[in-house]
Design a protein around this ligand. Structure first.
Ligand code: SF4
Length: 333
């Protein structure tokens, strides 16, 4: 797909940057042990499934999260999704049946799959993103990856390489004639790879962010090529994640939730000393102006702030990711 300036943009990237792509993490298992692996400790090696930040245990859970963000596509990731190919096929079939064949699916893998590996995914996955091991980059044409690219293209997949920016990345230019795209993710610092990063003398570019110093410079020799795209750590956080959260927030916010410009939701919460009914009456709430969750009353934060003299109990303003996601901040009132 051609973008501005006639540069190729993977279809999956177009949806991702609009925040319209569900991130489907199908397993934390992976047989590689990349020293820069960004997986968090709670997912690494764990054979469970998450859709965005929500753990999934049924098809309904998967579809609910996709609907919550009005997803237009899905990125299947891990770990290595090709260690659980039946699970991948099942999830992709569920998504394509629910949202139609135009629901764009891209799949990440650390493997170099064969045509036999990929055939069951034809029609379920649209785009493949291969991640060859860093140790192989200097001899990439002698590895199984060129064969995997050819096999995948012959089956009709769009095929690209997706790797973090690391020293020596310019060697991957040898693959450019074969692939549709090469995506370079700015190398990010993570809890589980911090020791490996320190052992190699790496450090953060800015203590306020996750990008590793020097990562953009390593990628620079490739950046002029029309098939190459660089995805910065700041862009991922500031644009992709924010847009995805906003889509979810707009779809799932309750009438009294305030949606912030970052895509979080903000509401007031009181655990009344007296009964819930008493607090609701004292605050003059009715209908959709409140919800009772685990014995607490949730309502518009400014309404609680204005009425706090009328009730007693622990009160706070809560900011969290949408759809009951991670709590970002609790400010006592
Ligand atoms: S292939 Fe990907 S998931 Fe597996 S260890 Fe490397 S970076 Fe982590």
């Amino acid at each position: 797909m051609r973008g501005t300036g006639d540069r190729y943009i993977a279809p999956g990237c177009l949806l991702c940057r609009e925040g319209a792509k569900l991130v489907l993490f199908v397993t934390g298992r992976c047989e590689r042990g990349c020293w820069y692996c960004p997986l968090s400790a709670d997912r690494k090696g764990v054979d469970r499934v998450w859709a965005n930040d929500r753990e999934v245990s049924s098809d309904d859970d998967l579809l609910a999260e996709a609907r919550a963000m009005s997803a237009l596509g899905t990125g299947v990731t891990g770990g290595d999704p090709l260690l659980v190919p039946e699970r991948v096929a099942h999830c992709c079939r569920v998504l394509k049946e629910a949202f139609g064949p135009a629901h764009q699916v891209h799949l990440y893998t650390g493997q170099a799959p064969t045509a036999d590996d990929l055939r069951p995914l034809v029609g379920l996955v649209d785009e493949l993103r291969l991640h060859p091991p860093h140790a192989d980059w200097g001899r990439i044409l002698e590895t199984p990856y060129p064969g995997a690219v050819r096999a995948a293209r012959s089956l009709g997949f769009a095929v690209g390489i997706e790797v973090p920016s690391l020293p020596g990345i310019e060697a991957l230019a040898a693959l450019l004639p074969l692939v549709d795209f090469l995506n370079i993710n700015e190398l990010e610092w993570g809890d589980t790879c911090a020791d490996g990063m320190r052992a190699r003398g790496l450090e953060l570019a800015d203590p306020a962010g996750n990008a590793v110093a020097g990562a953009e410079a390593w990628a620079r020799p490739l950046l002029g090529h029309e098939k190459v795209r660089f995805c910065s750590s700041a862009f991922k956080d500031a644009v992709q994640l924010r847009r995805r959260m906003l889509r979810i927030a707009v779809n799932t916010a309750r009438p009294f939730d305030e949606v912030s410009e970052d895509g979080t939701v903000v509401y007031g919460l009181i655990r009344p000393d007296g009964g819930v009914d008493e607090a609701v009456a004292a605050l003059g709430l009715s209908g959709e102006e409140y919800a009772v969750v685990d014995g607490a009353v949730e309502l518009a934060w400014d309404r609680l702030a204005a009425g706090r003299g009328a009730v007693s109990g622990a009160m706070a303003v809560v900011e969290r990711y949408p759809n009951r996601g991670m709590i970002v901040e609790v400010t006592p009132l």
